[in-house]
Design a protein around this ligand. Structure first.
Ligand SMILES: Cc1cc2nc3c(=O)[nH]c(=O)nc-3n(C[C@H](O)[C@H](O)[C@H](O)COP(=O)(O)OP(=O)(O)OC[C@H]3O[C@@H](n4cnc5c(N)ncnc54)[C@H](O)[C@@H]3O)c2cc1C
Length: 407
């Protein structure tokens, strides 16, 4: 088996892995390798909304201009409607910081821009079509990985640290003996795309009626990405019903989609199921290994936080790796070095997870009383000064301080 030696081996070229690769290649002389099992980054219905805090990171890293060249949508706010009445809204123009808007851009474009920039640095190496199949260990320390190419040929990589950025179904995590508490939500989501009417405002809409809701996201360049909740495990049964059942359901929640949904969703094959669960991982690291992104914390899709948390993890972790290896090159990074990164990130992530769980409970209210409470809660929050504080924390994450002080 051929042997490769690097300082940092990153498994997974999603938003978390790509971003970490770029940060390390750009700011240090460390040899960095990203292994990605797919040959290309084509992926549909993934996080496409990049929140304000992550836009700030993009600008710092010189990627925002590349994204501008491609084009993206700027989302100007968010609004929630209950039975057609607007009960809650946030206008992003009200944020004090420079980057006020969420941007919407296809994930392959985002990852492509990050990796293209990373490849400008000679210490960065990307291996596509490379599936990590094993971790190598010595004296209880992780010392590298084995990966297999499509041809079947295997390679052994040795590194000072393996970063598991392999996403929500990470196998690396379990191979390392790190357990995840998986919690299924009461619902799944059916995602679909429709052409966006020309007069549609650039705002995320949440349309609620009783136990049902739609999340409608204006998506680059000219579509709407829509998620409809269904009961957990119901998709298989639903698919046996005529597609008109689906049309009626969607139009009841959003009458403005009448005609468009019938014309564009001809069968259930035009929809995609998102299995909704969260993963909480009590311990994110071992000697020689650390987790980032969905592998460390899979969150619910509420308020599109997954991509942002993943990329912000990379931003916080990169200097930790860099500082350690500059002083102690070519040694396995001990677990305690990651303690601060882990506790720092867990604080924000548990805030996001608790907020999402609260929203999830409200959206899935089953009694009339629960639905009325949801309405009162959102209308009250809408009038409260806490609204902008809460929205700022969700939008800016690690750049919260900067966002608050910018005004
Ligand atoms: C259907 C769907 C809709 C979503 N919508 C939103 C949204 O609107 N907003 C939002 O913020 N988030 C959304 N998310 C979540 C978001 O996509 C993730 O949170 C985000 O992509 C996490 O980034 P990551 O880099 O941690 O993991 P991923 O993006 O999952 O990347 C992991 C990478 O690792 C690779 N990999 C896995 N195993 C191996 C291996 N053994 N060897 C080599 N490579 C490997 C995978 O191929 C993949 O490219 C959605 C997710 C799904 C599934």
């Amino acid at each position: 088996m051929s042997q490769i030696n690097v300082d940092v081996c990153i498994v997974g070229g999603g938003p978390a892995g790509a971003m970490l690769g770029l940060l390390l290649a750009q700011n240090s002389k460390l040899e960095v390798m990203v292994l990605e099992q797919h040959q290309a980054f084509q992926r549909e219905f993934r996080g496409e909304s990049i929140s304000q805090g992550t836009v700030a990171i993009m600008e710092k890293m010189g990627i925002l201009d590349k994204l501008k060249e491609h084009g993206f949508l700027q989302l100007e706010g968010l609004a929630m409607y209950d039975k057609g009445e607007k009960i809650f809204s946030v206008n992003f123009h009200d944020f004090a910081a420079e980057h006020k808007f969420t941007i919407d851009i296809p994930q392959p474009v985002l990852i492509g821009a990050i990796l293209e920039k990373a490849q400008e640095f000679p210490n960065f190496r990307l291996q596509l079509g490379a599936s990590c199949i094993e971790l190598t260990e010595q004296d209880d320390q992780i010392t590298g990985v084995v990966y297999r190419e499509k041809s079947g040929e295997k390679f052994s990589v040795s590194s000072s640290v393996v970063v598991d950025a392999s996403g929500r179904y990470s196998k690396i995590r379990s191979k390392a003996g790190l357990q995840a508490k998986i919690e299924d939500f009461k619902r799944d989501a059916v995602w679909f795309r429709l052409p966006r009417p020309s007069n549609w405002e650039l705002t995320t809409r949440i349309k609620v009626d009783g136990r049902h809701h739609l999340i409608i996201l204006p998506t680059y360049p000219d579509t709407l990405r829509i998620g409809m909740n269904i009961a957990k495990g119901e998709y298989k049964e639903l698919r046996k019903k005529p597609i008109e059942t689906f049309h009626d359901h969607v139009c009841k929640l959003e009458p403005e989609l009448e005609g468009i949904v019938q014309e564009n969703i001809r069968s259930w094959s035009d929809t995609v199921l998102l299995d909704i669960f969260t993963a909480e991982v009590p311990q994110w690291s071992r000697d020689g290994l650390v987790l980032i992104g969905d592998s460390a914390h899979t969150v619910s899709p509420i308020l599109g936080q997954g991509v942002n948390l993943a990329m912000q993890d990379a931003y916080v972790l990169a200097p930790v790796i860099q500082n350690y290896l500059e002083v102690q090159p070519q040694t396995v990074i001990p677990q305690h070095v990651f303690d601060q990164y882990e506790s720092n990130r867990k604080e924000l992530i548990s805030f996001v997870q608790n907020f999402q769980a609260d929203q999830e409970r409200d959206l899935m209210a089953e009694t009339e009383e629960g639905m009325e409470n949801r309405r009162i809660k959102m209308s009250t929050l809408n009038q409260s000064p806490m609204k902008i504080e809460l929205a700022t924390k969700m939008a800016y994450g690690i750049f919260m301080e900067h966002a608050v002080n910018a005004g």
